[in-house]
Design a protein around this ligand. Structure first.
Ligand SMILES: *[C@@H]1O[C@H](CO)[C@@H](O)[C@H](O)[C@H]1NC(C)=O
Ligand SMILES: *[C@@H]1O[C@H](CO)[C@@H](O)[C@H](O)[C@H]1NC(C)=O
Ligand SMILES: *[C@@H]1O[C@H](CO)[C@@H](O)[C@H](O)[C@H]1NC(C)=O
Length: 218
């Protein structure tokens, strides 16, 4: 047992308290979550059905680059959806619990009207949640502003889906930027990221890059 004068003990206590309060104000969205191990088989790529993958997707030194054109075909010949090149997290479909998506993303200036991340599946409708970029603004679908000035920089995105609590919360660079009700639990919900053309205000070329994609759960 280390003997120390009271004032030094107090200094240690004060230092600890300061570090702790600093720490708390910088709470991380992944605090209290467990990492779910992923392998290549958890990343399924969707791209225009008539186009070879290498013409819409590249993986280099840990970075996934996905792009699509406004006049591309949908991912499936029988689908009437907008064109997309997306990574679909596979094998972890959920319908309850608290799940979190994390990834570092880069959206180049020029890409507009593109959904870059989504939670697929809902009680009503096809999706629970979409994050799209329009003219550098990140929006919840084409509505609420989540964050402005998102072009040409890497940012850390965390999306927490509390299915039991019915909420979706968005963090950019560790800071909470948006929270909304979800759309009821769907039977098989999953995260996606990449580029999926919106219905309007679409640039001809759409691109996003992703690295360090992780899934956590409580
Ligand atoms: C700061 O927070 C992190 C994560 O919550 C924790 O692992 C670490 O022990 C904390 N550090 C201190 C000094 O409290
Ligand atoms: C995108 O780049 C153009 C040309 O450099 C510039 O005029 C425009 O302000 C940029 N847009 C955003 C939202 O940063
Ligand atoms: C789409 O374009 C219209 C017409 O320019 C504009 O009024 C609207 O705000 C745009 N929507 C978004 C989400 O940028």
């Amino acid at each position: 047992m280390l003997k120390c004068p009271t004032f030094i003990c107090f200094s240690f206590w004060l230092f600890g308290a300061l570090v702790n309060s600093f720490n708390r104000s910088h709470a991380d969205p992944i605090d209290g979550f467990c990492l779910v191990p992923l392998t290549e088989s958890n990343f399924k790529l969707q791209k225009p059905y008539d186009t070879p993958l290498e013409q819409r997707y590249m993986y280099k030194i840990g970075v996934h680059k996905l792009w699509v054109y406004a006049d591309d075909k949908p991912h499936d010949p029988y689908s009437h959806t907008q064109p997309r090149t997306e990574i679909r997290v596979e094998g972890l479909d959920y319908s309850s619990g608290v799940w979190q998506f994390e990834g570092y993303s880069f959206v180049p200036n020029g890409t507009s009207g593109a959904t870059i991340a989504q939670i697929h599946g809902a009680a009503h409708g096809a999706t629970t949640f979409m994050l799209a970029v329009y003219d550098g603004d990140m929006r919840y679908y084409d509505r609420d502003l989540v964050a402005a000035g998102m072009y040409d920089k890497w940012f850390r995105l965390n999306v927490i889906h509390d299915v039991d609590g019915g909420t979706v919360t968005v963090y950019i660079d560790g800071v909470q930027r948006y929270s909304t009700k979800d759309r009821g639990p769907g039977s098989g919900m999953y995260f996606k990221c990449g580029v999926y053309a919106a219905r309007a205000n679409i640039s001809y070329y759409m691109e996003s890059m992703w690295r360090d994609i992780k899934i956590y759960k409580k």
